[in-house]
Design a protein around this ligand. Structure first.
Ligand code: SF4
Length: 513
């Protein structure tokens, strides 16, 4: 470690890999230094998937090299330095380099920001936290939008951002006359399954990534996943190729089949860009611009519903979710609206369950470090809510297994949207459904030992009994949600005997899980 003082020590984290990182923009190459830290704890505080570890480490190493090539002095601490956590790495670097100040862009995790503040306070040097310009909406702007609103509704937030940033707008009105084409984004594939499915681009590991793969296999051998199929983009150039491939090949049908699932097809028409955006290899503005430009140049090929659906995910959901995270943390993480405490089943780490939809979805997750949005929401999240799994364990699992998971995006999506564990801060009602929904939207049920036409009995789809049992158990609190009242009325159709059979089936299932 060099024993030389510097002016500003610029700490760059593994999810801050944009060339326009605001901490770099105002720094000076000849006086300031960049610090990047690989540490054990970031891979072990949740039992992180090997693809996620390899993606972060490889992208960090490529980024560090690009900075060096650009004339920066990079103090890069790799895993061989034996640093346990970011705070320790920062404290050691402050001691060695004696900077006048530390500068960092606001991290994507509340815990890390606190650690940095404590570390710099202990070292008695100022910590400058820069606004994260990667996002469209600052935390202050979100707070002022949220102030005074009884319910934070993504749709209204989204419309405001469309107007503000002039995206898909025509003379102050939404193009096509509607703000939201979600109704057109719910098709299933039908009996024949997906047709003309393009193969998503795969990025062969270069020597840097190969070295990372070797390290991950040596240091984290028992972590989930296998790196033989690692092919995620790890540089900006690769991320740009992934963006082009998505826009050219999958965006036209992205919207229509957004909610559809198909066994053996883990990627379908999904964008596969979240990991690149969340590491900041891609900027959300260029991603939106690429989709809108494609629609403008070839409106016959790109349905407005597809492009609007994609824009809504980025300019709407992604920004909304981040605003919620910083507004509600740190208390948000401990919320447990339904007081669910059932432990995460062991088979979440293997997919070894006879429920085929979960076996396939968790299998895809373990194989690829990825499952698409509707698998995460309506298979895994739906099951976790209905089965009453403890939200902290479910959230930790989601954070550990997906390549695109960073806490600011993972936590509100899992706790709020998938589990309704925040009691309605993110979504106005729980996303829960019985087996009939899964049968309609996928072909998983064709290869399952259970049947969706029964609610109780040995062969009944567990989602059915769990669904009605969930509604029955939480009837009082759910009845305060207007959008749930209609479905709760269905409970009145079952006589006492039927309700008891459902409760028994649900209890037996939980007992065996
Ligand atoms: Fe899943 Fe039930 Fe369908 Fe089996 S029958 S795949 S458990 S929804």
């Amino acid at each position: 470690m060099a024993n030389q003082s510097c002016d500003t020590l610029i700490l760059i984290l593994g999810d801050q890999l944009d060339a326009t990182n605001p901490a770099l923009v105002k720094a000076r190459r000849h006086r300031d230094r960049v610090l990047m830290i690989e540490c054990e704890q970031e891979s072990t505080h949740v039992w992180t998937h090997k693809h996620r570890i390899a993606l972060f480490l490889s992208a960090m190493r490529h980024y560090a090299q690009a900075l060096r090539d650009d004339g920066w002095t990079v103090e890069y601490r790799d895993l061989t330095n034996g640093i346990n956590d970011i705070a320790q790495g920062l404290a050691d670097a402050i001691k060695a380099l004696r900077p006048a100040r530390v500068c960092v862009v606001q991290p994507g995790e509340w815990r890390l920001l606190e650690d940095m503040r404590v570390t710099c306070r202990a070292a008695d040097i100022p910590l400058e936290v820069c606004e994260d310009c990667h996002f469209f909406v600052t935390n202050d702007e979100f707070a002022s939008w949220a102030r005074g609103r009884k319910q934070l509704t993504m749709e209204y937030f989204y419309r405001e951002q469309r107007r503000r940033f002039d995206v898909l707008m025509d003379d102050g009105e939404p193009v096509g006359g509607e703000w939201n084409y979600d109704k057109e984004n719910r098709a299933s594939f039908g009996r024949k399954g997906p047709q003309g499915l393009p193969t998503p681009p795969a990025f062969a590991p270069d020597s840097t990534t190969q070295a990372v793969i070797t390290t991950v296999n040596e240091r984290f051998p028992n972590h989930p996943g296998c790196l033989d199929n690692f092919a995620w983009p790890v540089t900006r150039e690769e991320a740009l190729q992934a963006l082009s491939a998505f826009v050219e090949q999958r965006l036209p049908l992205y919207g229509r089949y957004q909610d559809a699932m198909w066994q053996g097809e883990p990627f379908l028409f999904h964008a596969l860009l979240a990991s690149s955006m969340n590491l900041k290899l891609l900027n959300p503005r260029e991603v939106i611009d690429a989709a809108v430009a494609a629609w403008q140049s070839k409106p016959d090929l790109y349905p407005l519903a597809s492009v609007e659906g994609f824009v809504r995910q980025i300019l709407g959901w992604r920004e909304f979710i981040r605003g919620i995270y910083w507004q509600e943390m740190p208390g948000y993480k401990a919320l447990n609206h339904f007081s669910h405490e059932h432990p995460l089943p062991e088979w979440f780490w293997s997919g070894n369950t006879d429920m085929n939809c979960l076996r396939q979805t968790i299998g895809d997750t373990i194989r690829n470090g990825y499952a698409h949005h509707i698998q995460r929401l309506m298979i895994i999240g739906n099951y976790a809510t209905l089965a009453g799994l403890a939200p902290t364990q479910v959230c930790d699992w989601f954070l550990s297994v997906y390549v695109d998971a960073v806490e600011w995006v993972e936590l509100p999506n899992t706790l709020g949207m998938a589990l309704h564990g925040d009691g309605g801060i993110v979504g106005s009602k729980p996303y829960v459904a019985s087996g009939a929904y899964i049968k309609r939207m996928s072909n998983y049920c064709n290869d399952c030992r259970y049947t969706t036409t029964q609610r109780s009995g040995e062969d009944a789809c567990p989602f059915n009994a769990l669904y009605w049992d969930f509604l029955h158990r939480h009837r009082d609190s759910l009845s305060r949600t207007p959008r749930m009242r209609m479905v709760l009325k269905n409970l009145d159709r079952w006589d006492r005997q039927e309700i008891e059979a459902i409760k028994k089936r649900a209890a037996d299932h939980r007992g065996a899980s």
